[in-house]
Design a protein around this ligand. Structure first.
Ligand code: NIG
Ligand code: FE
Length: 430
C-alpha cells in the first residue's frame, strides 16, 4: 500500500492533479472484490459474489488503490475517512442500455395502455418512438441537454456510475446528430462514465414511410460518415423487430456501422424471435438486448460467442410483457447483464436498484447473480469491464455505500426503498 501511495502521489504531482484520498473503514461487507481482472462472469459462476467482511477500502483521486480486512489496515491516513459501520460497500451499477436523452414525456400513452391499447397499437397510429422523435426534433440542443442532465443526476444519486446512452429519437440527420452531441457533452461534463450508441434505425420516420431503402441509405450515406468525423458514437444499435427493421436491414446497417468503426449491439427478440440473435453473433455484437422472447436456437447461437445477453426487467414490468428467461440463459452457462432501458415509452425509470430487485423477484435470479449482472457484466456490455464493475486495484473509484442493512440479500428483498447512503463516482463523493 505504501508503495502504491507513493507512486500515486508522485504521479499526481507530475500532472498537477489535486489528489483526494478517501479511506472507508469498518465496512460490514465489501462486495464484488476481484483481485484478478475478470471481464465477465457466466453461468454457474454468476452465483459467486466474492466479498470481504469487516473491510476497508482506500482510494486516491479516481482510482481504487487498496482494500482488505480491517485487521490488516495499518495506517488510517487519508484526506477523508468514512466510517461505514453496519453498511455494505459495492461497485456502482453499470447501466449498459439507456435512452436517457429524450425530450418531453409520454404519460398519455401510458394511460392509453391502461385503457386497453397495446404498445403496438400506439406505434401503429403514429405514437411511440415517432411521438418522441417529433418532440425531440422540436427541442433545441441546449433544452435537450438540460432535460437530459436532470435524469443523469438522478441516476447517479441512485448509484449508477457508468451509462450507455443511445440516440434514436432524432430520425433525421440533424436531430440524430443533435442527440449524439448532447450525449458527448454529458460525457465531458459529468464524472459518470458514458458510452454513446448510434440508434438511427430505431423506427422508420414518417417521411420515409413508403421508402425504407431511402432511410437506410440516409443512415449509411449521411449519418454514419458525420458520426465518425465528429467521433460521436462507439456502438451501433438497430431495433430488429417486426414492423421496424428486418434481418436483412439489420445485417446491412451493422455492416455499414462497422466500416465506420462502430461495434454492433441489437435490440432484439422483444416481441418476436426470428433469428436476430444469431445475426448479432455473426456480427460479433457486444450485446443482444431485450430477449423477452427466446427460442432454444437463440441460446445455441450465443454459446461460445463474445456476445452478452442483456435483460431489461423494468421494461417488462412497465409494458406487462414477459420477462427475459434469465434462468434459461444462465443455466445454459451463458453470461447475463441487467440494464434499465430508461426511455420515455417503455421504461420511464433509470433505477438500477429496482432492476436488481425485479430480476430477483420476477426472473428468479439470486442476489449474487443479479449483482454480478448489474456490475461486472453490465460493464462488459459497455466494453469497459477492465476499468469498471468490480472492486479491483487500479479500477475506477466508483462505489455505493449503503445505509445500515442486515445483509446484501436485504437490498433486493426490501424492494422499492432507497438503501443508498453515499455514492462515489470517479473519486467524487456526491
Ligand atoms: O428499448 N424497443 C425499442 N426501443 C425502446 C422503446 C422506445 C420507445 O417506446 O420510445 C426499448 O424498449
Ligand atoms: Fe432500448
Amino acid at each position: 500500500m505504501a508503495y502504491c501511495q507513493r507512486f500515486f502521489i508522485s504521479l499526481n504531482l507530475y500532472f498537477n492533479i489535486k489528489s483526494m484520498s478517501v479511506l472507508i473503514t469498518n465496512i460490514k461487507e465489501l462486495l464484488q472484490v476481484r483481485d484478478t481482472n475478470v471481464l465477465k462472469v457466466s453461468g454457474s459462476d454468476m452465483k459467486i459474489l466474492p466479498t470481504i467482511k469487516n473491510a476497508y477500502i482506500y482510494m486516491e483521486h479516481d482510482t481504487i488503490v487498496a482494500y482488505g480486512s480491517m485487521q490488516d489496515l495499518t495506517s488510517m491516513e487519508a484526506d477523508k475517512v468514512i466510517d461505514a459501520t453496519g453498511k455494505i460497500v459495492l461497485p456502482t451499477w453499470c447501466d449498459s442500455h439507456t435512452h436517457i436523452v429524450y425530450a418531453g414525456h409520454r404519460e398519455q400513452e401510458f394511460v392509453d395502455r391502461i385503457n386497453g391499447l397495446s404498445y403496438e397499437d400506439i406505434a401503429n397510429r403514429g405514437g411511440g418512438i415517432l411521438n418522441s422523435a417529433e418532440k425531440l426534433q422540436n427541442t433545441n440542443e441546449e433544452d435537450l441537454y438540460q432535460q437530459s442532465i436532470q435524469r443523469v443526476r438522478k441516476v447517479m444519486q441512485l448509484g449508477t456510475g457508468a451509462l450507455e446512452i443511445k440516440s434514436g429519437y432524432g430520425l433525421t440527420v440533424e436531430a440524430e446528430l443533435k442527440m449524439l452531441r448532447v450525449i458527448k457533452r454529458i460525457k465531458k461534463e459529468f464524472p459518470i462514465k458514458v458510452k454513446a450508441t448510434f440508434l438511427g434505425a430505431h423506427a422508420l420516420p414518417k417521411t420515409y414511410k413508403e421508402d425504407k431503402k431511402g432511410y437506410l441509405d440516409l443512415i449509411i450515406n449521411e449519418m454514419l460518415p458525420q458520426i465518425e468525423k465528429e467521433e460521436l458514437a462507439h456502438f451501433m444499435d438497430v431495433f430488429c423487430e417486426k414492423g421496424y427493421f428486418s434481418l436483412e436491414d439489420t445485417d446491412r446497417l451493422l455492416t455499414a456501422g462497422k466500416k465506420h468503426g462502430l461495434t454492433p449491439k441489437i435490440h432484439v427478440n422483444q416481441f418476436n424471435a426470428f433469428g436476430g440473435i444469431a445475426l448479432g453473433v455473426k456480427h460479433n455484437a457486444l450485446s443482444v438486448d431485450h430477449l423477452e422472447e427466446l427460442k432454444d436456437e437463440d441460446i445455441q447461437a450465443l454459446k461460445g460467442s463474445n456476445t452478452i445477453a442483456v435483460a431489461l426487467p423494468s421494461c417488462s414490468y412497465f409494458l406487462s410483457i414477459p420477462y427475459t428467461p434469465a434462468r434459461k440463459i444462465i443455466d445454459a452457462g451463458l453470461p447475463l447483464a441487467l440494464a434499465t432501458d430508461y426511455n420515455p415509452g417503455s421504461t420511464p425509470s433509470g433505477n438500477m436498484n429496482f432492476v436488481v430487485s425485479t430480476a430477483c423477484i420476477k426472473m428468479k435470479m439470486t442476489p449474487e447473480e443479479a449483482i454480478n449482472a448489474a456490475t461486472i457484466n453490465g460493464a462488459y456490455a459497455m466494453g469497459i469491464s477492465n476499468q469498471y464493475g468490480s472492486i479491483t486495484r487500479g479500477k475506477k473509484a466508483n462505489l455505493i455505500i449503503t445505509k445500515p442493512v442486515p445483509s446484501y440479500n436485504f437490498l433486493p428483498y426490501a424492494f422499492g426503498e432507497n438503501h443508498i447512503d453515499t455514492v462515489i463516482i470517479n473519486g467524487n463523493i456526491l
